[in-house]
Design a protein around this ligand. Structure first.
Ligand SMILES: Cc1ncc(COP(=O)(O)O)c(C=O)c1O
Length: 393
C-alpha cells in the first residue's frame, strides 16, 4: 500500500493527540479536568431538540438532502443575518448551509488553491486554514498575530512577492485561540487590501454570539464591499451548543458560494434534513439562550482569569469567545507547561504552539466545562502554584 505524499505530510489533528493523552490518564484511573477542546458542555436548548425530534419522525427527512440545503434554511440564515447584523443576503445565491463550518473551511481551499499557490493564514490560528491549503497542494504564508498588534495581522508587512502569488486571505474574529476581536474599521481595511491585490477573503466568525460585558461583535459582511471580495463562515455550533449536530453556513460572494457548492455537490450530500429543521428553529426561534449561555461563560471567564493571575500566569479577560489565552510562566515552552499541568495536577490546557509557531509562549484554556469541573480545575491550578513555590524555596 502506498499512501499519498499529501497524507504522509499531514500532521495529526491537534485535539486527537490531546484526547489520546486524556484517554491514557483515564485508563490509569486518574481523574483529569480538561480546559482543552472548545465544545460547549451546556446542552442544545430544548426547543431546538424538540424540532429536531419532530423532523426526524417525518419520512421525507429520511432521504438524501440537497447540497444547497432547504430553501427555508437558506431564508432563515439570511433572516438571521438581517436581524443580527443588518446585512441583506440573497438566500439563493449568497447563502450555503454546511455540514459544520469546518467542512466548508476545508473544502474552499479546493476552489482556490492549485499546487504552488499561496494562502495568507494567521499564526496562531485554527489549524484547518493551513491544513486545507496544504491538502490542496498550496503553501500557507503565515501572518504573525502579536499582542502588540492586538492579534490583528499586519497586512502592510506581507512582502510583495508573496502577495503576487497569494489567492486567499484567512481572518477570524472573535479569534480562536487569542480571544481578540476586530472592528469594522479593520474589516473595511481588509476589503480595500483584497481589492488592491485581487485576493478572496475568507472570514471565519463562529464566535460572534459568544460575547461579554455588553460587547456585540461585528460581521465581516458589514464592511463596505465585503460581498464583492469575500465570504464569511459561521456556525450554529458555538451560538446554540450544536457542535454534535454538524451544521453551519457560509455567506457572501455569490461566485465563491457557487464554486463551493459545485465542489461540495461532488463530494457530499449536504446537511441531514432533520438537522436543517433544527437549525431553522435555532436561527428563527427565541434567542434568549444566547444571553443565558453568555452569562455562564462570563462568570467562568472571570473566575479563570482571576485564578490564573493570582498564581502568576498573565491572562486578560476576552471580550468574546470562550477561550482564555494565557502566557506561560518564564522558563517553560507551551508544551512543557501543558505537560507539567497534566502530569502534576491532572489539568489539560492546549499548548499555544499547536496553533502555529506564533502561539509559542501561550496556552489556551476553554471555558466549556461544567462549573463543578471548572472549580475543581481552578483548585488544582492553585495546587500547581504550591508545588512550584515548594520547588523554588
Ligand atoms: C475558529 C473556528 N472556526 C471553525 C470551527 C468549526 O466549527 P464547526 O465545524 O463546529 O462549525 C471552530 C471550532 O472549534 C473554530 O474554533
Amino acid at each position: 500500500m502506498r499512501m499519498s505524499r499529501r497524507v504522509a505530510n499531514l500532521p495529526p489533528y491537534l485535539f486527537v493527540e490531546i484526547s489520546q493523552k486524556i484517554a491514557e490518564k483515564k485508563a490509569k484511573g486518574e481523574d483529569v479536568v480538561s480546559f482543552g477542546i472548545g465544545d460547549p458542555d451546556i446542552p442544545t436548548p430544548p426547543h431546538i431538540i424538540e424540532r429536531l425530534c419532530q423532523a426526524a419522525q417525518d419520512p421525507a427527512n429520511h432521504r438524501y438532502p440537497e447540497t444547497e440545503g432547504l430553501p427555508e434554511l437558506r431564508q432563515a440564515i439570511a433572516g438571521w443575518y438581517k436581524r443580527r447584523f443588518g446585512v441583506s443576503l440573497d438566500a439563493n445565491s449568497e447563502v450555503l448551509p454546511l455540514i459544520g463550518s469546518k467542512e466548508g473551511i476545508a473544502h474552499i481551499a479546493l476552489c482556490f488553491i492549485d499546487p504552488g499557490d499561496t494562502a495568507l493564514v494567521p499564526d496562531p490560528a485554527y489549524p484547518v486554514y493551513s491544513v486545507s491549503t496544504m491538502l490542496a497542494g498550496g503553501r500557507p504564508y503565515y501572518m504573525r498575530l502579536t499582542e502588540q498588534n492586538n492579534f490583528l495581522p499586519d497586512l502592510d508587512a506581507i512582502p510583495d512577492y508573496v502577495l503576487r502569488r497569494a489567492k486567499l486571505l484567512w481572518i477570524n474574529y472573535p479569534n480562536n485561540p487569542t480571544g481578540a476581536v476586530a472592528d469594522l474599521e479593520f474589516f473595511n481595511r481588509v476589503v480595500g487590501f483584497a481589492q488592491r491585490y485581487d485576493l478572496a477573503i475568507c472570514h471565519d466568525g463562529p464566535y460572534s454570539e459568544v460575547a461579554f460585558d455588553g460587547y456585540q461583535p461585528v460581521s465581516f459582511m458589514q464592511a463596505d464591499g465585503a460581498k464583492e471580495v469575500g465570504v464569511e463562515f459561521h456556525s450554529l455550533s458555538k451560538s446554540y451548543n450544536m457542535t454534535g449536530w454538524r451544521v453551519g453556513m457560509v455567506v457572501g460572494n455569490a461566485k465563491m458560494i457557487e464554486v463551493l457548492t459545485r465542489v461540495k455537490s461532488n463530494l457530499d450530500s449536504g446537511v441531514p434534513q432533520a438537522i436543517q429543521y433544527a437549525a431553522i428553529e435555532a436561527l428563527s426561534g427565541s434567542q434568549d439562550c444566547i444571553q443565558e449561555h453568555n452569562a455562564i461563560y462570563q462568570k467562568r471567564r472571570d473566575l479563570v482569569v482571576e485564578m490564573l493571575n493570582s498564581i502568576g500566569i498573565e491572562a486578560k479577560p476576552p471580550k468574546a469567545g470562550f477561550y482564555i489565552w494565557a502566557k506561560v510562566p518564564e522558563g517553560y515552552t507551551s508544551v512543557d507547561f501543558a505537560t507539567e499541568l497534566l502530569e502534576k495536577v491532572g489539568v489539560v490546557v492546549t499548548p499555544g504552539v499547536g496553533y502555529g509557531k506564533g502561539g509559542e509562549g501561550y496556552v489556551r484554556l476553554s471555558l466549556t466545562l461544567p462549573d463543578a469541573g471548572l472549580v475543581k480545575g481552578l483548585s488544582r491550578l492553585a495546587g500547581w502554584r504550591n508545588t512550584r513555590s515548594r520547588r523554588i524555596s
